[in-house]
Design a protein around this ligand. Structure first.
Ligand code: NAP
Ligand code: MG
Length: 501
């Protein structure tokens, strides 16, 4: 699986068919390098356990070199001398290259993460869209003029933060690359990316394309490696101006603590336990379609998965039947089969999901539906059966913790007040949805349910790239996507000019 493309001008291109000792996946100052000690990490395909490549195991020294390379780019005419329009054009050019290479990138992503090829293809379109959106936005961030005392002119401008650090997870590597890095580059920062050791091949391939379209040396740096090594070193580095992190609450707290030592601002996206609230007057069939889609997409490994469905009591039995009918037709398979679900990312993640399911069974939580594993799945594949439990007691772990697997938790509610109480009875607050035909109720719930995004008679699992996205409560803070990400990736400077009347 080579990442080189025809006519590639770069001297060294990561190639995952090379022997481990020659794997070079650290991009520092425009050069692909191996770890100095030759340390590598194996990459396995979750669908069948195949070894599909190696990445370099970068550590604190490589992170330091990457941050210095980014600082140098911020001082060089090649990057700092570009106009906003020129930065935008580079992002647009990368968007076009991603579209041209979408099929190759999608297969890389599908094998690396185990996801169905159709989902991986859609991910590449989203990546291209992020690059296009922020490419177009780069020269449209205008300042403000503030009316102040006579004789003064006060202007506000948005300035880059400097070196931005991006720690992204394995569930949507290519999408996360676009979501995190494109707005940072649009605003003129220089970036250091620490992708996940579990899946990052698409990120490396897109980074190579970025070099080819002309992103100058040091504007994008990548340090592959372990979270506890490269990730920890990056979040603790005094030379960065921001760290954005997507992943678990526990590691999010570590990252924030490390960054706090140097007063570095942090954007955290920490997942959720997002409720879909279904009233009896809703189009129940449409709601059931969206609820099942929202929990099986990417085998439930989605921060915005709608993992809690709250159903008005009178409709609960009918809705449970609808869920059961849909679960009965779900297909699982390797990426090539383009099934509804692929495997989970790694063995610990599968054990974690299996533990939740076993505990719920042991506690006697009723099962609404379960899709048995097909007999023809690869023995080494990390598949789990999609399952819906309900009614789940509100205090049960299944109703409160993020499982990050295809495990749906259904709960009945009495009335609107009960629905709002249950929806907010969680530490998380990322996304929520209401399904009802009552317009006043839609508006009330949109105000009263605590979440960063709220959907009415639809569910977008994160929504389009234009839509600001992020958490409340323990789902994190800060906003990505949309124009909001440009604010996140920059800081206001207030310039007060006294010139007299
Ligand atoms: P995780 O450990 O939080 O990993 C997320 C990212 O942080 C990865 O790039 C990881 O690198 C890095 N990382 C790990 N330890 C670090 C540290 N000490 N300092 C800095 N960075 C560090 O998440 P996980 O173990 O993969 O998954 C566990 C749970 O997290 C899941 O079950 C799910 O609940 C949640 N999760 C949420 C999202 C989301 O989209 N919100 C995504 C993934 C996971 P390495 O992977 O290379 O170690
Ligand atoms: Mg992998």
């Amino acid at each position: 699986m080579s990442l080189s493309s025809p006519g590639s001008p770069s001297a060294v291109t990561p190639n995952f068919e090379l022997q481990p000792e020659s794997v070079a996946t650290l991009l520092i100052a425009g050069q692909w390098r191996a770890a100095p000690d030759g340390a590598v990490l194996p990459m396995h395909a979750p669908a069948d356990g195949r070894l599909i490549g190696h990445i370099s195991r970068g550590g604190a020294a490589e992170v330091d070199a990457a941050v210095q390379a980014a600082q140098a780019a911020l001082a060089s005419p090649a990057w700092a001398g570009l106009s906003a329009a020129q930065r935008g054009r580079l992002l647009m050019a990368l968007s076009r290259r991603v579209q041209e290479e979408a099929e190759r990138l999608a297969w890389l992503e599908a094998h690396d993460t185990g996801k169905p090829i159709g989902l991986a293809r859609a991910d590449m379109q989203v990546l291209a869209r992020y690059l296009e959106f922020y490419g177009g936005a780069a020269d449209k961030v205008h300042g403000e003029v503030i009316p102040f005392e006579p004789g003064y002119t006060v202007t506000l401008t948005r300035e880059p933060l400097g070196v931005t650090a991006h720690i992204i997870p394995w569930n949507y590597p290519a999408q996360m690359f676009g979501r995190s890095i494109a707005p940072a580059l649009a605003m003129g920062n220089a970036v250091v990316l620490k992708p996940s050791e579990d899946a990052c091949l698409s990120c490396l391939a897109v980074t190579q394309l970025a070099l080819e379209v002309g992103f100058p040396a040091g504007s994008i740096n990548v340090v592959t490696g372990l979270g506890a090594e490269a990730g920890a070193a990056l979040s603790a580095h005094p030379g960065i101006g921001l760290v954005t992190f997507t992943g678990s609450s526990e590691v999010g707290a570590l990252v924030q603590g490390a960054a706090a030592r140097h007063h570095v601002p942090v954007t955290l996206e920490l997942g959720g336990k997002s409720p879909q609230i279904v009233f009896a007057d809703a189009d129940l069939e449409r709601a059931a379609d969206a609820v099942v889609r929202g929990i099986v997409q990417n085998a439930g490994q989605t921060c915005s998965a709608g993992s809690r469905v709250l159903v008005e009591k009178s409709a609960f039995p009918a809705f449970a039947d609808m869920l059961a009918r849909r679960f009965a037709t779900l297909r699982m398979g390797v990426p090539e089969t383009n099934a509804d679900l692929g495997p989970l990312i790694n063995a610990p993640q599968r054990q974690r999901v299996q533990r939740f399911v076993a505990q719920a069974r042991a506690d006697g939580v009723p099962v609404i539906a379960e899709t048995p594993l097909a007999a023809d799945l690869p023995a080494q594949g990390l598949f789990v059966s999609p399952i819906a439990f309900g009614p789940v007691p509100p205090q049960h772990a299944l109703a409160r913790e993020e499982v990050f697997g295809p495990v749906l938790c259904a709960m009945p509610f009495e009335d609107e007040a009960d629905a709002v109480r249950l929806a907010n009875d969680t530490d998380f607050g990322l996304v929520a949805a209401v399904w009802t035909r009552d317009g006043d109720r839609q508006a009330r719930l949109a105000r009263r349910v605590q979440s960063g995004q709220f959907f009415i008679n639809c569910y977008g699992a994160g929504g389009g790239v234009e839509l600001p996205f992020g958490g409340t409560k323990r789902s994190g803070h800060g906003r990505e996507k949309g124009m909001a990400a440009l604010d996140e990736m920059s800081v206001t400077k207030t310039v007060v000019h006294f010139h007299g009347q």
